[in-house]
Design a protein around this ligand. Sequence first.
Ligand code: ADP
Ligand code: 5GP
Length: 188
Amino acid sequence: MSHGSLIVLSGPSGVGKGTIYTRLLKIMPDLKVSVSATTRHPRTGEKDGVHYYFMSKEEFAEKREHGEFLEWAETVGNYYGTPKTPVINTLAQGKDILLEIDVKGARQIKAAYPDCVTIFVLPPSEEELEKRLRGRGTESDEQIAARLALAKSELAISGEFDHRIINDDLDKAVNEVKDIILKIKKGA
Ligand code: ADP
Ligand code: 5GP
């Protein structure tokens, strides 16, 4: 059986990565999504084991020391990491898996797995990115400022990615990600 494809969806916070992959899962039900570990607090409606594995900094550090993460990064004041075993097992079963991770994590994955396909999601403008972050209403003004400052440096290196898509019209962005995945399957 051939290995599945490893797909990395990255881009600045608030650009719409979560929205895109939630929509993608509805039209590509066979696609698997990695559930990350994080030390940040759950937002209203977020469930442990579904959106993230929420844990303390101590628990995260212990898992990191035991080599349980495929990649990990500290971003906007918290730790985030991709649990290794589910990704390896899913790929070995011939299934595709998508990681929604930050730019630092995407770089680590590309270095370790050069065959992975990396997609960077761009906002139509920096103003629109700020509007989306504020509109989501999940972070304080201070956290929003930190995420916007980081976004500038992340946008500057979007050229490192295999694909770049602009999330202006949501349906169009979802279809573009879908087409990229379908093309990988065809070996294009
Ligand atoms: P990320 O996962 O990249 O941090 P989210 O998926 O949480 O971003 O999206 C941030 C906000 O932007 C959400 O409120 C979402 O509803 C909104 N959003 C996502 N895509 C679009 C789009 N194409 N047009 C307008 N708003 C969008
Ligand atoms: P949020 O707190 O908004 O859910 O996520 C903040 C940032 O962390 C986003 O850019 C998101 O893509 C990234 N992120 C989520 N999970 C992981 C992960 O497992 N590893 C890395 N490196 N980044 C992650």
